[in-house]
Design a protein around this ligand. Structure first.
Ligand SMILES: Nc1ncnc2c1ncn2[C@@H]1O[C@H](COP(=O)(O)OP(=O)(O)OP(=O)(O)O)[C@@H](O)[C@H]1O
Ligand SMILES: O=C(O)C[C@H](Cc1nc2cc(Cl)cc(Cl)c2[nH]1)c1ccc(Cl)cc1
Length: 314
């Protein structure tokens, strides 16, 4: 007799043993399929734990969310956005979602385990990156942004904490709970403005602060802030509090430290532009090609970028 499929429904309750017309080949994974290890980190609504799939010894990072907490904090929408967005993504620079499942108390995202943690940790440890490292990481982040935009997704909260590094020290962008999937309107045009969500103060774009609407170009603003930070060791806009930071952003109040490389300065000045449609990178595919052609990226081979070894950071 063929083995029974796991007749547990999503929340792990036993459903009556109905005779299936066929035994599905792929069984839904559940908690029992994994051996959980050390905690990798905590979020406001989540705990991320290292786990090994018992059937093939593969290692993952499992993001566990408490259902009661999610409901109480009204985060159900964000969790479902994270699931739906990650499910659309298939790119080496974006953390991969393998499975989702739930049990009576929790929701589970089974993700790539980015073994080297957050890019922010390395910025803090090194103070700043040399130009080779800055170019490599900026290029990998741009490659991931280009891909997610091609899938109609705006990240909206790009920052060094959300840029993880895998065991090859390659970029893995994460945290899509606040991403925006742009709807295809009637004539297949992408509605290009997403509404009402504010990211992390230092990386928020001026259009989000002024018109409450982010667009793909908002991710290029964040890229400008990240490139500045990789070189200067701190983000360009940082006030004593969030309000002061927002003021600096909308007034474009920032300056370059002495010794900031000229070619990097030129690129940052073309990304940190108040008007999103004048920002380098905006204007669809052609805009991104113009950004990738900037002399800052000289020497980057975009076609083999993900096969190259990461430059030595230390
Ligand atoms: N795929 C992963 N691989 C390795 N570490 C991860 C992974 N995802 C998250 N982490 C680590 O776990 C911690 C918690 O991540 P999580 O996404 O749950 O919350 P967060 O986004 O950091 O916090 P918040 O939800 O408040 O924004 C993070 O600090 C991150 O360093
Ligand atoms: O798409 C699915 O499979 C269905 C569910 C949808 C879903 N069921 C939920 C139950 C609760 Cl209590 C909270 C949230 Cl956010 C919930 N989201 C689901 C299950 C697991 C995960 Cl990680 C996300 C969404």
């Amino acid at each position: 007799i063929p083995p029974r499929s796991n007749s547990n429904n999503d929340n792990g309750q036993q459903t009556p043993k109905t005779q299936l017309s066929h035994t599905p080949s792929v069984r839904k994974k559940g908690v029992k399929d994994f051996e959980f290890g050390k905690t990798l980190g905590e979020g406001s609504y989540s705990t991320v734990v290292a786990a090994r799939d018992r059937s093939n010894n593969r290692e993952y990072a499992v993001k566990i969310l408490d259902k009661k907490h999610i409901i109480k904090e009204k985060k159900v929408k964000y969790v479902n956005i994270e699931k739906n967005t990650l499910n659309k993504m298939n790119h080496p620079g974006i953390v991969r979602l393998y499975y989702t499942f739930q049990d009576p108390d929790s929701l589970y995202f089974v993700l790539d385990h980015a073994k080297n943690g957050e890019l922010l940790t390395f910025i803090k440890k090194l103070g700043s990156f040399d130009m080779d490292c800055t170019k490599f990481y900026a290029a990998q982040i741009l490659s991931a942004i280009e891909y997610m935009h091609s899938q109609g997704v705006i990240h909206r909260d790009l920052k060094p904490e959300n840029i993880l590094l895998d065991d090859k020290m390659h970029v893995k962008v994460t945290d899509f709970g606040t991403a925006k999937i742009l709807e295809q309107n009637a004539d297949g045009e992408e509605d290009d403005r997403a509404n009402s969500f504010v990211g992390t103060a230092e990386y928020v774009s001026p259009e989000l602060l002024k018109e409450k609407a982010a667009c793909k170009s908002s991710d290029f603003w964040a890229l400008g802030c990240i490139i500045y930070q990789l070189i200067a060791g701190r983000p360009p806009f940082k006030g004593a509090n969030e309000y002061r930071t927002f003021q600096k952003i909308v007034n474009l109040e920032y300056s370059f430290p002495d010794g900031f490389p000229t070619v990097a300065r030129d690129l940052v000045q073309k990304l940190l532009v108040l008007n999103p449609s004048e920002r380098l990178g905006s204007g669809g595919k052609a805009g991104v090609e113009r950004l990738k052609a900037h002399s800052f990226f000289q020497g980057i081979d975009w076609d083999t970028l993900w096969q190259q070894p990461a430059p030595n950071l230390l």
